[in-house]
Design a binder for this molecule. Structure first.
Ligand code: PMV
Length: 331
């Protein structure tokens, strides 16, 4: 007779921050220096299956079809340890995780990876966490993963403790049909990880000012979203992205994530907006340019971007759903 092993599968989407998380109050628990707001991106998905198996001597990780024994396994194992501590389980697990977008696409996958891992692992371990608790737990794996637990427009309250630092949906996906047209200009993984970058942020003399001004930008962003005021949103989103990159550039050692194509695209986007086309840019810890616009402008922006030198791929993403569980077949 075969007994069913504790197993669960979860799916979640990455997110793009409109107001960015950069720098931490507590690097161990990823309590951020400032709150942030993001859009969960529909269509891009990470699917993760976790099976706790008493026959395993160690945790196993299979990422996009390939077994991994590097730092990604260490990070996943550390996350499973936290779930084991919460649930009292002591068995090791097999984690099978895959993205429907190429890992080298230049789209951050750690948020969707840790949101889906948290949901699958806690469910398989028999824990029924509230969405808020899932968000707290996902944050421990990767800060921005706490936002991918939720759908639509999401705010991560910085808080100052594990209890007070979590995300929640502030507007559902259908509130405003914004589109993130992602222009991929480099498919390579970033040379300096965001965790290293968060650690360097306090060495920048302007990080203090950036963090002190964050409540004003968060208010402005929330208000622009509420009123669906694209011009106001564009100004605050570009300012916030520029401030984060200014901190990166003035850290010790300095970090420069942009390539010449990044700068060219940022300048084009601003020129298009000045000429009347509603679009703005935001850039994460990498060279790719996220072009935000209202749904009706997305085809024209995609057409223009496709015609530009240096643009390798385009993804068009609307506000997406929260992390969710899938049916898992018995093993
Ligand atoms: O969650 P992390 O450690 O990958 O950091 C995310 C950092 C940014 O993507 C640059 C900004 C953000 O808020 O998503």
């Amino acid at each position: 007779m075969s007994t069913r092993l504790p197993c669960a599968t979860a799916v979640s989407c990455p997110n793009i921050a409109l107001i960015k998380y950069w720098g931490s109050q507590d690097t161990e628990r990823n309590i951020p220096a400032n709150g942030s707001i993001s859009i969960t991106l529909a269509g891009l998905e990470t699917t993760t299956t976790v099976t706790f198996d008493p026959d395993l001597a160690t945790d196993r990780l299979i990422l996009n079809g390939a077994p991994r024994s590097d730092s990604s396994l260490t990070r996943v194992s550390g996350h499973l340890d936290r779930v084991r501590r919460l649930s009292g389980l002591t068995t090791h697990a097999e984690v099978i995780s895959g993205n429907n977008f190429p890992l080298g696409a230049g789209i951050a996958s750690s948020a969707s990876a840790f949101a889906s891992l948290t949901l699958a692992a806690t469910q398989a371990a028999g824990l029924e966490l509230s969405p808020r608790d899932l968000s707290r737990q996902a944050r421990l794996g990767s800060g921005s993963a706490c936002r991918s637990v939720f759908g639509g427009y999401v705010e991560w309250h910085a808080g100052d403790s594990h209890e007070t630092s979590f995300a929640e949906t502030i507007f559902p996906p259908e509130h405003w049909s914004l589109v993130d047209v992602v222009a991929v200009v480099n498919r390579e993984p970033k040379p300096v990880s965001s965790s290293t970058g968060h650690g360097l942020a306090p060495t920048s003399p302007i990080q203090t000012g950036r963090v002190a001004d964050a409540p004003r930008r968060l208010d402005g962003c929330r208000q622009a979203l509420l009123e669906r005021d694209f011009d106001r949103l564009a100004a605050i989103v570009e300012l916030d992205s520029n401030l984060m990159h200014a901190v990166m550039l003035t850290s010790d050692p300095p970090l420069l994530y942009w390539s010449p194509s990044t700068i060219m695209l940022m300048q084009e986007v601003v020129a298009w907006r000045k000429a009347g086309l509603g679009v703005c840019y935001t850039v994460d810890a990498g060279p790719n340019v996220h072009c935000l616009c209202e749904g009706s402008n997305a085809p024209e922006i995609a057409r223009r971007l496709r015609a530009m030198e240096g643009v390798l791929d385009l993804y068009e993403c609307r506000p997406g759903p929260p992390a969710r569980l899938m049916e898992t077949s018995a093993r």
